[in-house]
Design a protein around this ligand. Structure first.
Ligand SMILES: [Zn+2]
Ligand SMILES: [Zn+2]
Length: 398
């Protein structure tokens, strides 16, 4: 008995909500489909409500409030707070303070509330089911959110708002059509279960499955398939290194509807100050990661033995010396480019600030700014070339 570890108490309201809704979704939804049959209008209501809940979490809870990746008009913040509450994932204040702890202490089993190191089940759902110490409310990292009136209003009336937002929409459509049960099952329950687990995938699967193109410092990974299920949050390796960027999928072909929603809202005047990581910094992280991969390969005994067999001992030493020299050279160039970029970028920021402050813009100031921008572009290009070179070396090594 002395070896038994005492587990923290179960959080019954959460455990019951998650299990009862999941059981209804697994049993009653297929039963209704077979016995009565859903219509396309029921599925449309499900899709629209699921998307509005999911996007309120990703664009609102996550990118706006947890990361301050942009600023939003009160109308937009109100809608995000309302539809976010419909997802039944706690208030903005609680959700964001936990999420900020996750970023700050990622993979730390004592401090990260949903540490991926404690397993797929724990990071997906287990962390919510018991009163774990690292899950206790602590809003010391969310002072800015405590000054947001909409956040505090939603926090105060959270259960009431969440309940209304879950019950009213299916009830209204049920009253209009007389098909209460169909809307309750799809738009009510299946939508809630879907919203829950797609968000939870970001904490679980996106820390287990995928690639690490930017950083190996934590377990977060980039996965295009998870992005399809999570409104673009699957590019999690990128997100953990550049958490204030309003985008998660940065390429045009990346599926990131959250990014598209935020961008569209800025055209409508509902959001502003969208934060974007400079292209140079992104590329620099990618080069550093590629160099790290090259070094890892040179310490891999299986890989080294295969090369030795192919080249012979003498030739292998020449090959290795040349390669190590190239990696060192690339590393040195990376540092030099970064230092140069930092200097010019800070000059550019200063010049831009001065230009904005001056009522009349002098010809010389505009020229200086143009010149600095040109230099930054040139450095960006050099970094792109370096990335091509280093990934070519890695391609040859694989
Ligand atoms: Zn994460
Ligand atoms: Zn985040």
């Amino acid at each position: 008995m002395s070896n038994n570890i005492i587990k923290p108490n179960i959080v019954w309201p959460t455990a019951l909500l998650l299990s009862i809704t999941a059981l209804i979704a697994l049993i009653a939804v297929p039963w209704y489909q077979i016995a009565v049959g859903f219509e396309w209008t029921h599925w449309l209501a499900f899709l629209l409500f699921a998307a509005s809940n999911g996007l309120a979490i990703t664009a609102g809870y996550h990118r706006l409030w947890a990361h301050n990746a942009y600023k939003a008009h009160p109308v937009m913040r109100f809608l995000l707070a309302l539809f976010g509450a419909a997802s039944f994932q706690n208030s903005i204040l609680v959700w964001c303070s936990q999420h900020r702890r996750h970023h700050r202490h990622v993979d730390d089993n004592e401090k990260d509330p949903y540490s991926a190191n404690l397993g797929l089940w724990f990071s997906h759902i287990g962390w919510m089911l018991r009163k774990y110490e690292n899950g206790v409310d602590d809003f010391s990292n969310a002072k800015d959110l405590q000054r947001d009136k909409i956040v505090m209003w939603q926090h105060k009336y959270y259960y009431f708002i969440a309940l209304i937002m879950n019950i009213a929409p299916p009830l209204i459509l049920g009253a209009i059509t007389g098909q209460y049960l169909a809307y309750f099952l799809l738009m009510g329950v299946l939508r809630l279960v879907y919203s829950h687990h797609t968000t939870f995938f970001v904490n679980s699967l996106a820390h287990y499955w995928g690639k690490k193109p930017y950083s190996n410092e934590n377990s977060a990974r980039d996965n295009g398939f998870i992005a399809l299920l999570t409104y673009g949050e699957g590019y999690h390796n990128y997100h953990h290194i550049f958490q204030n960027d309003y985008r998660n999928g940065i390429r045009w072909f990346h599926f990131d509807p959250t990014k598209w929603l935020i961008k569209t809202s800025s055209w409508l005047g509902l959001s502003s100050d969208l934060r974007v990581t400079p292209q140079f910094k992104i590329r620099q992280a990618m080069v550093a990661r590629q160099l790290e991969i090259a070094r890892e390969k040179l310490t891999n005994p299986t890989f080294i033995n295969a090369i030795k067999m192919r080249l012979g001992s003498i030739e292998y030493i020449h090959w290795r010396t040349a390669l190590e020299k190239q990696i060192d050279h690339e590393h040195k160039q990376l540092t030099e480019l970064l230092n140069e970029w930092k200097t010019i970028h800070s000059q550019w920021v200063l010049a831009k600030r001065e230009q904005l402050a001056e009522a009349s813009q002098s010809m010389q100031a505009s020229l200086d700014l143009h010149n600095l921008k040109h230099q930054l572009k040139a450095l960006e290009f050099s970094m792109k070339q370096q990335y091509r070179r280093v990934s070519y070396v890695n391609g040859v090594l694989s």
